[in-house]
Design a protein around this ligand. Structure first.
Ligand code: ATR
Length: 277
C-alpha cells in the first residue's frame, strides 16, 4: 500500500481523504490517504515534510495555508506551479527529491469543459478576483484558447498586474468592478474572489450575464452560493456551477500524477454532493 496524505491547518473537515478513497476504489489502486494537521506552534512545514518522506509517503497534497511554503520547499516545479506561484501537490521520488505541481487550475478547467460541457475555446471569459486562486487558474485556462479574458478586481491595479504577466495572443484586459466592458455579456464568468466566504457578492453589473452564460463560483457548499443565486435571479436561463467539481478535479489530477491513471470525476462529485446534503 502506497501512502499519501493532505496537510493543512485546519484539516479535520478536509474532503480529500474521501475523494481519494473513492478514486482508489474506482481505479482499483492500492493506496492509503489521510489528513494530517500541521500546527505551526509545534512544528514547521519543512520538518513535517522531511518526516513524511522518511516515513515512506509517496506524495502529499498541500492546502491552506501552506501552498506558498510548498512552493518554496519543492526541488523542482512544474510550469503550472511556477505560473501559479503556489504548490498543491508533491510527488516524492525514490532519490528523496520533491517535485512540486499545481493541479487547481486544471481541476477547474476540466470541471467546466467536461462536467459543464463548455469548452473554453472561442469563449469570452470574465474572471472576478485577482488573488492567489485566480493566479492559479490563468495558465491552464489560457492554454484552452478562449476568445478573450477580462479580469476584474476590487483593486483594479492588481488585476492589471496579473493580466500583464502572460505573454499570449489571447486578448487579456483588466479593470475594477465599475469598468467591466459588458455590452455583449460573457460566455463564461468565474468568481475567484474570497468575498463568498463572507457571504458577500462582488458588486458586478448583471449586464455581464446572458441567457447562455456559464457562471462558476470557485466556492462550494450544501446550498447554491450567493453568487450562483445572484446569477440565477437576474438571468434564470444561465447555467451555474459551484467549486466542488474543482476540488474533485484538482484531486483527480494529483491522483493521475501519482498513479498514472485518471479517475472519472462526475460520480465522485455526485457522491460527495450527496454526503454534504
Ligand atoms: P485567494 O487565495 O483566496 O485568492 P487572496 O490572494 O487574498 O486569496 O485574494 C482574494 C481575492 O478576493 C482578491 O481578488 C480580493 O480583492 P483585492 O485584490 O482587491 O483584495 C478579493 N476579495 C476579498 N474580499 C473581497 C470582498 N469583500 N469583495 C470583493 N472582493 C474581495
Amino acid at each position: 500500500t502506497d501512502k499519501y496524505a493532505v496537510v493543512g491547518y485546519p484539516i479535520a473537515h478536509s474532503k480529500s481523504p474521501l475523494i481519494h478513497r473513492l478514486f482508489a476504489e474506482q481505479t482499483d489502486q492500492d493506496i492509503s490517504y489521510e489528513a494530517i494537521l500541521i500546527d505551526n506552534e509545534e512544528t514547521t512545514f519543512e520538518w513535517s515534510m522531511a518526516d513524511l518522506k522518511q516515513r515512506g509517503y509517496k506524495g502529499i497534497n498541500i492546502t491552506v495555508p501552506f501552498k506558498l511554503d510548498a512552493f518554496e520547499y519543492a526541488d523542482t516545479l512544474s510550469s503550472r506551479a511556477q505560473s501559479a506561484h503556489a504548490v498543491n501537490t508533491f510527488l516524492f521520488d525514490d532519490e528523496g527529491k520533491t517535485h512540486g505541481d499545481n493541479t487547481d487550475g486544471i481541476g477547474l478547467v476540466n470541471d467546466i469543459e467536461q462536467n459543464g460541457q463548455r469548452p473554453f475555446s472561442g469563449q469570452k471569459v470574465l474572471i472576478l478576483g485577482a488573488g492567489g486562486a485566480v493566479q492559479g487558474i490563468m495558465e491552464p485556462l489560457l492554454a484552452k484558447n478562449p476568445a478573450s479574458v477580462h479580469i476584474a478586481n476590487r483593486t483594479a491595479k492588481r488585476a492589471e498586474v496579473l493580466g500583464n504577466r502572460f505573454t499570449t495572443e489571447i486578448p487579456i484586459s483588466a479593470s475594477g468592478w465599475e469598468d467591466i466592458p459588458c455590452s455583449e455579456g460573457y460566455d463564461i464568468i468565474i468568481n475567484g474572489t474570497s468575498a463568498s466566504l463572507d457571504n458577500k457578492l462582488p458588486p458586478v453589473s448583471e449586464k455581464v450575464l446572458t441567457p447562455d452564460s456559464l457562471v462558476y463560483d470557485m466556492m462550494y457548499g450544501a446550498e447554491p452560493t450567493i453568487f450562483m443565486q445572484w446569477a440565477k435571479k437576474h438571468q434564470p436561463a444561465c447555467e451555474v456551477m459551484d467549486g466542488l467539481g474543482m476540488l474533485v478535479g484538482q484531486a483527480a489530477e494529483a491522483f493521475y500524477l501519482w498513479r498514472g491513471v485518471r479517475p472519472e470525476t462526475a460520480p465522485v462529485i455526485a457522491t460527495v454532493r450527496e454526503m454534504m446534503a
